[in-house]
Design a protein around this ligand. Sequence first.
Ligand SMILES: C[S@@+](CC[C@H](N)C(=O)[O-])C[C@H]1O[C@@H](n2cnc3c(N)ncnc32)[C@H](O)[C@@H]1O
Length: 240
Amino acid sequence: MSSTDPYARVAAAYDAELDHAEGDVAGYASRGEGGPLLVLGAGTGRVSGRLAEVRPVTGLDRSADMLARARARGPASVRYVQADMTDFDLGPFAEVIAPNAAFAFLPNRAARAACLACCRRALSKGGPLTLDLLVPSTLVGDAHVPERLAWEGVADGRPTRRLREVFREPVAQRIRLVDRFWVDDTLYAESVLLLHVFSRDEVEWMLEANGFYVDEVLGDHRGGPLREGSDRLLVRGRPL
Ligand SMILES: C[S@@+](CC[C@H](N)C(=O)[O-])C[C@H]1O[C@@H](n2cnc3c(N)ncnc32)[C@H](O)[C@@H]1O
């Protein structure tokens, strides 16, 4: 999987940059329903590791490099599974979440429908699925934003910089993020992330067309409503 995995080789930097992000973890903890939880696109275990303190957690991701990091982080009680979120048969779970835009990586309708079918099967007891997505305003702005410094820090003890170049494709509803990682002042890796940007209406239609009803739409992890200026599009569905 590594050759097509945009996170291959950059898991340490991802972890160093995002490990401290707590807002979404607190939101999932306070609104979670308890019982076994499946985290789709679990990555380095940032969310799953913390939620495992209060409930049984399984983390699924296709990236071997991200999962290696997650397993090393622990706790050992989290079960990590290397799989594609469009093709898994796990469960049953009380709840499924896809944090930090993991669902937005799915490239087309067929992949999204396949993932939702797997989620329905995994949620055989009727629990919720929460998708954390980019807001539509992500597509507003220059079509091309030249490379600029996005993060600087220390990853695995080495000085690391992430430079990001952005390409907006509003007709395709897609954003292409080209991240170049410099370690010890040497270009170390390039990672290209292609993310679909959903509208609220589109997510609701998608869920309804795939056997879910929508019971909550939020604009942030503190429970605020979706409005102009919201920073996330959080949609929770339940199997019909
Ligand atoms: C932005 S990261 C989010 C990681 C983690 N959820 C977090 O919040 O820190 C997106 C993750 O989704 C995973 N991913 C993307 N497409 C996937 C797919 N089709 N199946 C499984 N994992 C996928 C990537 O490997 C990556 O670890």
